[in-house]
Write a protein that binds this ligand. Structure first.
Ligand SMILES: Cc1cc2nc3c(=O)[nH]c(=O)nc-3n(C[C@H](O)[C@H](O)[C@H](O)COP(=O)(O)OP(=O)(O)OC[C@H]3O[C@@H](n4cnc5c(N)ncnc54)[C@H](O)[C@@H]3O)c2cc1C
Length: 634
């Protein structure tokens, strides 16, 4: 058999006992896709099934011939139709977050524009009002948001300020005479930019603005502002410009907003964390501007979690389509393309990574649902790392899937290409990935400043490379080494400047951090790699018995590819040598051989376990590629 031949050939290249390949000895057992689906999908199963069934409706069928304006209109009609089913409510944002997330996650399986249009309205606008507002805001706005009677936008980004939200320039000044806030765009760089729903359909917007009360600056706060009246005309003082066509995601109408002394009532301030009394007395339980703002935006984690999950779900679809095609498509002497090692190398680590990210997302949701204040920092770190990691993985996975399907991958009807274009922006919005990875690094460095890590180089003498304890030790070593390296550069710089005072020492430490930004992003990755691999191994212990061998193999493949990606680090650090590197390659290749043996049944079953119904896969090549001409042109 090809798989056994390859494993034997690989073993001959290995030089030491530690390279003995245990991966190839895993005996896969037949398992039920349904059981693994339940292992991968732990909440709202019945609701998800109903929602997916509803998405069979013709209105959600992909139409790649639409003009920009027609696509926007269709996206709005789709959203209305979905909202009319009452699968979930904006009130669930606080009351039943898992139901809320399930309601939005499901949409990504048919159209990312629809998913984002819904996400902006329910999560970014509705969730902000729910989380940062109080009873009066909930009563006034949420019921109208729930029916889409009042389409909502989220106005944080400005032309001049994206990642640096603290630096926004929109002003909100309290007028004690009229007891109103006056919202102003002082210059064009302060115009709100990229605002989803603003170009055509949005009527209300949660606007981030710098608050000044009695001449004192209090930092960024959020205000609910009507940008269009009930008939759809811009409200007085609000100017709106359409952002126009984008590289993808064209079902969403993004726009630019200017506010010319727009007056809003005192109640427009979302006042959970800060309020202004009639006479202009400002009060907040959080005295520091930075901490207050951190608390406000920190409460909006749901959106970040949804973007990460959307990326994972897209990877599930891409991998499922590409695997089904690869196992059915012959090239050269009737060989199925899945039999080529290069194909296995592109699709099977992608499958393993998608499982790792899905399980990590489930673990994050479980932590989130515990609702313990002491978990706040960990939730922030994991959600930031997962958002960045899952979306960056998605970019790579969908590209690999597109290429694996050859020319068919480029046909819109086969879904991967359009999905890739529409989702390209997920690495940027809801927190740019480079900035997100730094959020992870900063939190780890913060902890390390109090309790410096002691990196322990694992000994690979006699170790099995694919053993969970070896892989964990390697991944932890990389995380600790990077933390120690950046941390000690900051400490050295701080100490050198200490004689000039505390401020100078802090500034020198920040400079040293900035000089190591490349390593900070590596550290974000190292954290996610270790955390998600450990999580994967832990989850496999709780998995359905029959699926355990396949999932064990998948976890090993994930861990091995994470180490393989970072071979340069491990070789430079002296914990691995050339024979270990060859051992990792051999183990990855043999895991691929086992998973793709016998027609690739195990890989196909693992993909089937994602539970994506046929009408969501849509792509003709996922079914019978020979029928493609008759199917896609209908
Ligand atoms: C399609 C789309 C829809 C959007 N919808 C909305 C919406 O509805 N509401 C809303 O408020 N916003 C929205 N946004 C805005 C989005 O959140 C921002 O684009 C994002 O925050 C990044 O900001 P920026 O585009 O100004 O990029 P910048 O912050 O200018 O980043 C540009 C580059 O600089 C790098 N960079 C920036 N800071 C650092 C740093 N400290 N260290 C290292 N590198 C850095 C980034 O990695 C990036 O590569 C949307 C954007 C898009 C494209």
């Amino acid at each position: 058999m090809a798989a056994e031949r390859r494993v034997a050939a690989l073993s001959r290249h290995l030089t030491s006992a530690s390279d003995v390949d245990i991966v190839s000895k895993i005996n896969l057992r037949d398992f039920e896709a349904d059981e693994v689906y339940r292992f991968l999908t732990r909440d709202n199963l019945e609701l998800r099934a109903r929602m997916l069934d509803h998405l069979k409706d013709d209105i959600y069928k992909a139409d790649y011939y639409l003009s920009l304006l027609d696509f926007r209109e269709l996206t709005l009609q789709r959203l209305k139709h979905y909202v009319d089913q009452h699968f979930f409510s904006v009130f669930d944002y606080l009351q039943d977050p898992l139901r809320f997330m399930a309601g939005l996650e499901t949409l990504a399986s048919v159209d990312y524009s629809l998913c984002i249009k819904a996400g902006v309205h329910f999560t970014l606008c509705g969730g902000t009002i729910a989380k940062l507002g109080t009873e009066k805001h909930h009563t006034q706005f949420l019921p109208r948001l729930d029916t889409l009677d009042l389409p909502g936008c989220f106005g944080m980004t400005e032309l001049g300020h994206g990642s640096n939200v603290m630096g926004i320039e929109t002003q909100a000044t309290y007028d004690e005479q009229s007891m109103e806030f006056v919202i102003t765009t002082p210059r064009d760089t302060a115009s709100k930019f990229w605002i989803g729903g603003a170009a055509q359909h949005g009527k209300v917007c949660t606007v981030f603005a710098q608050l000044t009360v009695r001449g004192k600056w209090e930092g960024p706060h959020v205000f609910v502002v009507r940008i269009r009246d009930d008939s759809g005309r811009p409200t007085p003082g609000v100017r709106i410009l359409d952002n126009g066509p984008k590289a993808g995601l064209n079902g969403v109408d993004n726009g630019q907003l200017w506010f010319d002394h727009v007056r809003v009532p005192r109640d427009a301030l979302l006042d959970r964390y800060a309020s202004v009394a009639e006479d202009g007395t400002y009060s907040s339980p959080i005295p520091s501007v930075a901490q207050r703002f951190g608390t406000m935006v920190g409460g909006l984690t749901t959106g970040r979690m949804l973007i990460g999950q959307g990326a994972i779900d897209a990877a599930k679809i891409g991998v499922s389509i590409a695997l089904r095609y690869a196992c059915a498509r012959p090239q050269f002497q009737g060989k199925r393309i899945m039999e080529y090692l290069t194909h296995q190398r592109r699709l099977l680590p992608a499958l393993a990574t998608t499982y790792a990210m899905q399980l990590q997302s489930l673990r994050l949701k479980a932590l989130y649902m515990r609702k313990r204040p002491e978990d706040g920092k960990q939730i922030h770190v994991i959600s930031s790392g997962l958002k960045a990691g899952a979306t960056w993985h998605r970019v790579e996975i969908l590209q690999a899937c597109r290429e694996c399907c050859g020319g068919q991958g480029f046909l819109a009807a086969n879904k991967i290409g359009p999905m890739k274009n529409d989702m390209d922006v997920d690495v940027t919005f809801e927190g740019d990935n480079t900035v997100m990875m730094q959020q992870v690094a900063k939190a780890l460095l913060d902890t390390a400043a109090k309790q410096p890590p002691k990196p322990r180089a694992p000994s690979l003498q006699g170790a099995f490379l694919s053993d969970p304890s070896t892989l964990t030790a390697l991944l932890r070593f990389q995380e600790d080494m990077l933390t120690a390296e950046i941390g000690s550069a900051m400490t050295r710089a701080g100490k050198a400047a200490a004689s000039q005072g505390k401020k100078a020492a802090a500034a020198a430490a920040t400079d040293a951090y900035e000089d190591n930004l490349d390593l900070a992003v590596d550290l974000g990755w190292a954290f996610l790699n270790r955390e998600s691999y450990e999580g994967f191994v832990d989850e496999v212990r709780k998995s359905p018995e029959d699926a355990k061998p396949a999932l064990t193999l998948l976890a090993a493949l994930y861990g091995l590819t994470r180490v393989e990606r970072n071979l340069a680090f491990f070789l430079a650090a002296g914990v691995m040598d050339g024979s270990h590197a060859a051992g990792v390659r051999a183990a990855v290749n043999s895991a691929c051989a086992v998973l793709s043996a016998d027609g690739g049944w195990a890989a196909l079953r693992l993909a089937e376990s994602f539970g994506i119904p046929d009408h969501c896969l849509q792509a003709p090549i996922a079914f019978d590629w020979r029928q493609i001409g008759s199917q896609h042109l209908g």
